[in-house]
Design a protein around this ligand. Structure first.
Ligand code: BES
Ligand code: MN
Ligand code: ZN
Length: 467
């Protein structure tokens, strides 16, 4: 999809001119006011669309009117959502060349482009019959810079969604490592199994042991100028989570190729940094990639593991593997001495029970950073919600034979997982944990997202870094 900026939409010969209508207001096109609004009573509620032919009255063949709701309630997220919906509609009618002219909303260019790319997204690589895609979108009067930024965000999401949507057979730990190594402008180190062993990552390695796919510990580093801030981003990278010896039932296992969505997010974000080139900042992208499989060599319930920081963990359930891989990744990030650590993970079904597929759960050790991340998410078009970190949740993980167990009660499982992770954050690092179990991968379409990966976290983290 080619994205352009033009100045004069009125005289632009395009297949479909897309205009907006606020509730209680008229549109910028008379013909749309006459037919859509006056004759047919089109109200312009958020996301509603109305298509009309122009019969040669203006240079465009058709007009698509898109509802932008109440003017007082309009936000960046509204922009993303209405443009995504419009693009879906345009693809349905198989439009090839379209032009958006949203009067009075020029400052929202970035969020319109992100919406266009979300709306146009399809994962049809494995389908013989491909989806229809718009060939050219022109936006009237947007700033080139906003469009460029939107494109970078959109491409990062697309990259992330593609890799998370791939079958586990394709998106292996080795594949993730190859991708990470291919990104320009980063210095990247991949640690193989022996090197991971030497680093003392006994929790992560235990999870990886049951699989024929070798684990890859990925460390990407971006650095520009004189870093005033150093951030580590960690993504859960379970390329497949069968549950291990505590095997999942078939129905829960079906989509567990998505258990590397956190990693896919971090890959999308790190890949974009060379284009965005944020100044005076150092950003580490860390992924402890592996598969959780039952196998002759698999780790077992009752095993006692030693993480990189020396703490011991009794394996209560091999299906609580994400926190084990993250434990060692958090130790590694802590040792880098960064200012902030943000991890993103499809960590607990319990988070999904609590917040559904609507919102991601947020925990951490610093209220200010938690609030900043939640606010950034809201601006970015994602919904984050804080979950509690009371000490009682950790008491449930008490073990008779080790420093802690990896699971406790079924109740409050998202918070217990957060408290477990906290044990592996050390030094002065402020830390935030984002549980995207419910939001990263949709089993049925929701809002502007189709079945599959949503690129959860990409927009929020990119906005956070560039702010
Ligand atoms: N990857 C899952 C969590 C998950 C569930 C992600 C549903 C996406 C959708 C995680 O590794 C897991 O299996 N968690 C267990 C933990 C339990 C054994 C304490 C869970 O949530 O059931
Ligand atoms: Mn699991
Ligand atoms: Zn998992």
């Amino acid at each position: 999809m080619e994205i352009k900026v033009i100045e004069d939409a009125k005289n632009y010969a395009t297949e479909v001119l897309v205009i907006n209508k606020f509730e209680e207001e008229m549109t910028s096109q008379e013909i749309a006011n006459t037919y859509a609004v006056e004759k047919d009573g089109f109200e312009g509620k958020t996301g509603q669309t109305y298509l009309l032919h122009t019969y040669g009255k203006i240079p465009a063949d058709k007009i698509l009117v898109v509802g932008t709701g109440k003017k007082s309630e309009f936000t960046k997220t509204t922009m993303t959502e209405v443009v995504a919906k419009a693009v879906k509609k345009l693809n349905q009618i198989k439009a090839k060349k379209v032009c958006f002219d949203f009067s009075g909303l020029n400052e929202y260019g970035k969020y319109a482009v992100i919406g266009a790319m979300i709306g146009d997204y399809a994962f049809d690589k494995y389908k013989t019959e491909k989806e229809h895609h718009i060939e050219e979108i022109s936006f009237a009067n947007f700033a080139q810079k906003d469009v460029e930024e939107g494109r970078i965000f959109g491409e990062a999401m697309e990259f992330s969604r593609n890799i998370a949507n791939e079958p586990a057979e394709y998106a292996t730990p080795t594949k993730l490592a190859e991708l990470a190594s291919s990104f320009e402008g980063l210095s990247t180190k991949i640690y193989n199994k022996e090197e991971v062993q030497k680093m003392g990552m006994g929790a992560y390695l235990a999870v990886a042991r049951g699989s024929a796919e070798p684990p890859k510990f990925i460390h990407m580093k971006y650095s520009n100028g004189n870093p005033k801030k150093r951030i580590a981003l960690i993504g859960k990278g379970l390329c497949f989570d069968s549950g291990g010896m505590d095997l999942k039932p078939a129905s829960s296992m079906l989509t567990m190729r998505d258990d590397m969505s956190g990693a896919a997010c971090i890959l999308g974000v790190m890949r974009a940094l060379n284009t965005i080139k944020p100044q005076d900042i150092e950003i580490h992208g860390i992924i402890a990639a592996c598969e959780n499989m039952p196998g002759q060599n698999a780790y077992k319930p009752g095993d006692i593991l030693t993480a990189k920081n020396g703490k011991t963990i009794e394996v209560d359930n091999t299906d609580a593997e994400g926190r084990l891989t993250l434990a060692d990744a958090l130790c590694y990030a802590s040792e880098l001495g960064v200012d902030e650590i943000i991890d993103i993970a499809t960590l607990t079904g319990a988070c999904m029970v609590a917040l559904g597929t609507v919102a991601s759960g947020v925990m951490g050790n610093d209220e200010e950073l938690i609030k900043k991340i939640i606010d950034t998410a809201r601006e970015s078009g994602e919904k984050y919600w804080e979950l509690p970190m009371f000490d009682e949740y950790f008491k449930g993980l008490k073990s008779d034979i080790a420093d802690m167990k990896n699971t406790g009660s079924r109740y409050g499982g998202a918070s217990a997982a957060g408290m477990f992770l906290k044990e592996f954050v050390s030094g002065d690092a402020k830390w935030v944990h984002i549980d995207v179990a419910g939001t990263a991968f949709l089993e049925k379409s929701q809002g502007i997202f189709i079945y599959g990966s949503t690129g959860a976290g990409v927009r929020t983290l990119l906005n956070y870094i560039t702010k």
